[in-house]
Structures are given as C-alpha cells and as structure tokens.
Ligand binder design. Structure first.
Ligand code: ZN
Length: 428
C-alpha cells in the first residue's frame, strides 16, 4: 500500500512536469509568432520615455555638391513639446560613409532624455577633369625619313592625383609623308571626367617647312590679328571697336614707349592676346643670324613680362615665315628659325586671310572685301591686319568685318599657346 501511494505520487509529479513543459513550449511558440515589438512596447513603453521633440531639416535630405565646395547648411529646427524651441541645442555630427559621401547626423535630447536624430545624406561629385601636360613641345618639326619618337605626357587630377596611367594616345606620325599630324592624348579621372590635349607634329622636307594652312585647326573660327602696334593713332580706335562688338583679337606688337605701355595693358586687360612681332622690325638687323633673331624676341618678351606680367610665347615673324627678303642677310634662316622657335617652346603664326592693308588695299571697302571674300568655314581663319599709325582703312572696315563674321556663324577667338599654328611654306 505504501509502495502504491509512492508510485501514484511519482506519476502525478511526472504528469505535472509534462503539463508544465507543454505550457512552456506553447507560450514560447505564441511569443515567437506574435508581434514582438508590441510586446516590447508593453514592457518598455509608458509616459516616462515618451519622445517629445522633433528635428525638421530645411532643404533636401539628400544633397549633391562638388567635392571641392564647402557644404552650406540649409538650416534645421528642433522643437520640444515641453521645452519649446531647442534648435540651439542641436548637435551636428559628420559620419563618413566613404570618400564620396557622408551623413550629417543632427542630434538633440528631448525633455524625457530621449536622443532624437535626423539625417542628411551628402554626396560629393567631381566634375573637374585632369590636366594633361605634354613632355616636350606641343609643336614639333621633324624631317621626312627620320624617326619620330613621342615624348609622352603626364596627367594630374586635382582629386585623384597622378592619373597618367589612364592616358590613351590617338593618331600616329608617318615620317615618310610630309604634312601635319595630330596626336591626341586623352586622360580620365576616377569620376570619368575626360581631358584632351594635342601635339602637332609637322613632317617636312629638309630645308623647308611645309605650310599648315588652317584646315586642321578649329574650323569656322576667326583669329583677328593686328601687327606693328601699338600706336596712338590706330590702336585705341581698334580696341574701342573690339570692345563695342565684344570680340577678342591678337596683337603682334613691336617695342613700345610709356604711352604704348598703357595700350599694351589695355589690350591685355580687355582679354586680347599680347603676342610678339619683335623688338625691332628691321629685316637687315634681325635676320642676320639665329642669335640676332632670338635676341629680338627675348628683349620684347622681357618687356611684355615687365609691363603685364605675361610670358608671351606666341610670335609672328616680321615679313612672315615665307619672306624672301631675309635671303639678303642669311641663307636658309627662315627654315632654321621656324624649327628653332618651335624647339624652344614658342609658336609662330603666319596668316591665311590677308586684308592687304599694308599693301594694295586703297580703302576700307578693299579691306572689307579682301577679308570677307577669303573667310572659310572649312579652316581656322587667321586674318592679317595692322594697327600701325593712321590705319584708317582698317579702322573703317573692322566693324563691318566683325558683323559679317557674326552674321555668317563664325566665332572670334584669341590665339593662345594651345592654338594650332597656321604657317606658310618657308622660302629661305
Ligand atoms: Zn610687321
């Protein structure tokens, strides 16, 4: 009997344990299926932790700005149900995501000591292409039959640093054929911004420089050029007309006095290019030798530097590179100088539209016709004119020439160190 009771008790305990386990498992399953958050809110919610503040951002929550620009805060406000305006208590923390984006976290503590947050996502863009620098000169002359070895280039990006590895060169030089060859260098930064630079390789026969006639330059562009100034009787009037029309030009100047310096300054400040014709224009003196010519260049180059702080490297030979008068003073000097100037990093420009205002043009109408009848959309147009003293013919024609160009879809540009040369064939 005792024994029986003991085993009955044991059975009851066993059943109780089973029931407890079943209840436990069922509860666990219910909890897992149910809305945990809801349960949590029941456990942790309540008046004590109620959020009483909110932050409102002014402007977009996601903004995109150039990486080099400072982020400009467009504003925010924070209000608390009990404390009122608590904007001044907002703390802004920058949270880096990667080098191209970050979050701004706006934080404030409400009356119940809850930390309330708002977030602004800032994306940085890079729209600045790298800069390609050519090794060696932009303009190169080689003789037919010689080997051309390109010196290459480097590319540096403001954001990504050295991106020379991305450089691709298009084009090639065939030294068995005379002509102008253009090598195009392209470089890309990490954001896909592309930079382009060009090298101009002219292949010519020994003893002669073949013309670059402008057909490979910027088509439909007019480069107005004025030689032999500055002069008080012509240059100011020409500058007035250019100003009035909003057109920029290139002045190939000679040596100048103090009053002339003011005109050179005005040319520069108005956005025109100040280029070198020569300290002197006297053929017999300047074409004696390479040295006499180079001295004639550097003397004026130094003076331009002193006057306007510009290192002028764009030049025009007095008489043009095709002149034959230099034969009287030095054999083959123009071909030698053409190579020499380019090798020393200068460019030189002849012309392919001649106003003939230093020659047979007798009136403004003649100047107008000489220019407008030779302009072409299929080439870069380098127009030869002069601002020597009392050049009323050109002064009288200039505005009409500009109007003609504008009405016929041409654009006016200044010659820069990057402008492809327009040259004649040398004859000496
Ligand atoms: Zn001249």
């Amino acid at each position: 009997m005792e024994q029986e009771n003991k085993s009955k008790k044991g059975l009851i305990i066993f059943i109780l344990i089973i029931v407890a386990v079943i209840i436990g498992v069922a509860t666990a399953l219910l909890l897992a299926k149910g809305d945990v958050k809801k349960l949590e809110s029941v456990f942790t919610g309540g008046e004590a932790v109620k959020v009483t503040a909110k932050i409102e951002l002014v402007g977009d929550q996601e903004i995109t700005i150039p990486y080099q620009e400072e982020f400009q805060e467009s504003g925010f406000t924070a209000t608390d149900e009990k404390l009122g305006d608590i904007t001044e208590s907002v703390e802004v923390v920058k949270e880096e995501i990667n080098e191209n984006e970050y979050n701004l976290i706006y934080k404030v503590t409400d009356s119940n000591k809850n930390v309330v947050e708002a977030k602004r996502h800032v994306i940085l863009t890079d729209e600045i292409p790298p800069v390609i620098t050519l090794n060696g000169n932009k303009n190169v002359y080689v003789n037919t039959g010689t080997e051309y070895v390109d010196e290459g280039a480097t590319a540096v990006d403001e954001k990504n640093g050295d991106v020379s590895g991305s450089i691709v060169v298009e084009g090639s030089v065939d030294t068995s054929k005379t002509g102008l060859y253009i090598l195009t260098y392209k470089a890309t930064d990490n954001s896909g911004n592309e930079a382009v630079n060009e090298r101009y390789v002219a292949v010519s026969e020994a003893g002669k420089v073949i013309a670059q006639d402008g057909t490979q330059g910027k088509k439909g562009v007019i480069y107005l050029t004025f030689d032999d100034g500055p002069t008080q009787s012509s240059t100011p009037q020409i500058l007035d007309i250019l100003d009035k029309k909003g057109v920029k030009a290139t002045f190939f100047i000679l040596n100048f006095d103090e009053a002339g310096a003011e005109l050179v300054k005005r040319e520069h400040e108005s956005g025109h290019t100040v280029a070198i014709h020569g300290y002197s224009h006297t053929y017999s003196a300047i074409y004696q030798s390479v040295d006499t010519y180079m001295n004639n260049i550097t003397k004026l180059q130094d003076k331009i530097m002193e006057t306007i702080g510009v290192n002028a490297t764009i030049t025009r030979f007095p008489g043009g590179s095709s002149n034959t008068i230099s034969r009287h003073y030095c054999t083959k000097i123009m071909t030698t100088l053409a190579y020499e100037m380019v090798a020393r990093g200068y460019t030189y420009f002849d012309w392919n539209v001649d106003s003939d205002d230093a020659g047979s043009a007798k009136s403004s109408d003649d100047v107008y016709k000489n220019v407008t009848s030779h302009l072409s959309k299929d080439k870069a147009n380098v127009v030869l004119m002069h601002d020597f003293a009392n050049n009323t013919k050109t002064i009288g024609a200039l505005e009409r020439i500009i109007d003609y160009g504008l009405e016929n879809g041409y654009t006016f540009e200044v010659i820069t160190p990057d402008t492809q040369m327009v040259t004649h064939t040398t004859n000496n």
